[in-house]
Design a protein around this ligand. Structure first.
Ligand code: IMP
Ligand code: MG
Length: 178
């Protein structure tokens, strides 16, 4: 079993092992392989946090599928929600594509609630979310993932692509604030 780790001013303890992560990702990929057979889905992985999850999930997707990566930059908009994001690197045409958004974690849901309308505006055939983690008790926006590897408590987590102030993304398993 891995030991606790200190990152900057905080101590984290092991939370979800590599073996548990692998097994949940295999289950998710199996469902996706079934649900999207013959549909050539386009996975849109949201950088930076989802890159490790996306790589592990996509390797287990055995049907014909494509993947692209976007970085979301948020700024204060003038819309009623006041929450606007620009997708950097979004070059694919989404019209009539089956889109699967790949996210590291849905916390409040703010990020995805701002991004999804931008995808919808391109009239894709369908949109679903595959998220590594979600914190149901932190959710404030109407965002629902079709595929969730783990629902976790409302505490800060680290590793497997998720960072604390730029640190800890390379930890191979998931840690939680002590
Ligand atoms: P949301 O917009 O509130 O759903 O937040 C989503 C983003 O916040 C994620 O993509 C992460 O980058 C970051 N985030 C939320 N919770 C955590 C956490 O516990 N650890 C690391 N990053 C987190
Ligand atoms: Mg993120």
């Amino acid at each position: 079993m891995a030991q606790e780790v200190t990152v900057l001013d905080k101590v984290f303890v092991p939370y979800i092992t590599r073996a548990e992560i692998s097994s949940r990702i295999s289950e998710m990929a199996a469902r996706i392989n079934e649900d999207y057979a013959g549909k050539n889905p386009l996975f849109i992985a949201i950088l930076n946090g989802s890159f490790i999850f996306a790589a592990d999930l996509f390797r287990e997707v055995t049907i014909d599928a494509a993947i692209t990566f976007v970085k979301l930059a948020s700024y204060k908009g003038t819309t009623s929600t006041g929450n606007v994001v620009t997708a950097i690197g979004m070059e694919e045409r989404l019209t009539d594509r089956h889109v699967v958004i790949v996210e590291d974690i849905i916390d409040t849901g703010k990020t995805l609630s701002a991004f999804i309308p931008e995808i919808e505006s391109q009239k894709p055939a369908s949109i679903n979310i595959a998220t590594f983690l979600s914190k149901p008790s932190a959710l404030k926006y109407d965002v629902k993932a079709a595929y969730t590897a783990f629902e976790i408590e409302n505490k800060f987590v680290l590793g497997y692509g998720l960072d604390y102030d730029g640190h800890g993304r390379n930890l191979p398993e998931l840690y939680i604030l002590k």
